[in-house]
Design a protein around this ligand. Structure first.
Ligand code: FMN
Length: 375
């Protein structure tokens, strides 16, 4: 029955909701989605979204002492101010990475923030870390009932405030640490993600050279955080440069890697000439798919289970998610697919993953993690 509902929903999203949504400018569509989500929560109607959910014990994992009901999550950027966890759980996501949030309230870059490229299955993103700031966001997280976090984990993505006041490394590091200290004392979430690679910020990508990453991670080590820390890595590095960042991460209290962030290189588009240079921002979706899978593969090959990997970039189908899992990702997260395919895509991917486990003779998703290295 649920499978039929998911199929009907896919058709409904494709032929009714998406054309209506895509008629609006993406900045507006995103704002309206958040308003609609808040409305649904206020009138306690999120229960209807259960119809899309797909569950199987074969998809469950325990990682870093945290239980994940399934490996599919929401990546950072869709829910900057933590408005969506109840809906994210209802539609069947196993986890959410909220934010990125920063120590101070941040207005972000001048609009527009988004441009859709439907034929490229991509969004050009130039938000510049707009968010309500860590204090309000912690309050928001704490406003939810505790039972929301049963079988659904929230990670907070922390970035540095996008302003001239955080332009030096020391100021930027203090900005990250201020947010992490507050999160730690609030004890509100089980995981942190440190976004070292946000490309759309004042002063450029902050901590993506080995020396600067070393400085940041040394400062974070000193905080003696009790929750696992992931770092979100850039995608526009050669393998040699990327490996140098991994070498630094390996020396510090980094439990996991999120691979990876938006793609800067517009040559990764099928038709780069069609995107005018006036449009600022970096690419999500399909242009990020292959690059991130390759980085995950090489990282897992070099470090095996030293790091838990969250694979992010161009995941639209179960096959896309499975490829990242086989390459070495234990978890997979997405943003663009939720916007382009509709919320039923989560259930479709989870159902598809179980079929792929059957095909390859794996009893559980854990057996599939890194399996491309064994064949
Ligand atoms: C609208 C939008 C906003 C984003 N904002 C953030 C952000 O604040 N922090 C972050 O770490 N990544 C951000 N990202 C990057 C995503 O988390 C993800 O790494 C990237 O989009 C690739 O995944 P996807 O192909 O599933 O979208 C954003 C992406 C999109 C599309």
């Amino acid at each position: 029955m649920k499978r039929v509902i998911r199929r009907l929903s896919r058709q409904g999203y494709k032929h009714i909701a998406k054309p209506l949504l895509f008629r609006e400018h993406p900045d507006k569509a995103h704002a309206h989605m958040i308003i609609a989500a808040r409305g649904l929560q206020k009138v306690r109607l999120t229960g209807v979204l259960n119809v899309w959910r797909y569950q199987s014990p074969r998809l469950e994992q325990e990682l870093l002492g945290i239980r994940f009901k399934n490996p599919i999550g929401m990546s950072a950027g869709l829910d900057k101010n933590f408005d969506l966890p109840p809906i994210a759980k209802r539609i069947g996501l196993g986890f959410e990475i909220g934010g990125s949030t920063t120590a101070h309230v941040c207005a972000g870059n001048p609009r527009p923030w988004f441009k859709r490229l439907p034929s490229e299955k991509s969004i050009v993103v130039n938000v510049g870390l707009a968010n309500n700031g860590i204090e309000r966001n912690i309050e928001r997280i704490r406003s939810y009932p505790r039972k929301l976090w049963r079988d659904f984990s929230l990670s907070v993505s922390v970035a540095k405030t996008n302003s001239p006041q955080t332009a030096t490394d020391d100021e930027a590091i203090e900005d990250y640490c201020a947010s992490l200290r507050l999160l730690e004392s609030a004890n509100a979430v089980p995981l942190y993600e440190v976004n070292v690679s946000c490309p759309n910020t004042y002063g450029g990508e902050p901590f993506t050279t080995p020396a600067r990453l070393e400085k940041l991670l040394s400062a974070i080590d000193e905080l003696r955080l009790t929750k696992p820390v992931f770092i979100k890595l850039p995608t526009d590095k050669s393998w040699t440069q990327f490996k140098a960042l991994l070498r630094v991460a390996d020396k510090h209290r980094v439990a996991g890697l999120t691979i990876g962030n938006l793609v800067k290189n517009r040559a990764k588009l099928k038709h780069p000439d069609e995107l005018s240079n006036d449009v600022k921002g970096n690419l999500s979706g399909l242009p990020a798919q292959k690059i991130t899978t390759e980085l995950i593969y090489k990282t897992y090959e070099a470090y095996r289970d030293r790091f838990v990997i969250i694979g992010v970039g161009g995941v639209f189908t179960a096959a896309d998610a499975y490829e990242k899992i086989r390459a070495g990702a234990s978890l997979v997260a997405m943003v663009t697919a939720l916007m382009f395919e509709g919320p039923q895509v989560v259930g479709e991917i989870n159902e598809g993953l179980v079929k792929l486990l059957d095909r390859d003779g794996f009893a559980t998703i854990t057996e599939a993690v890194g399996s491309a290295h064994r064949s």
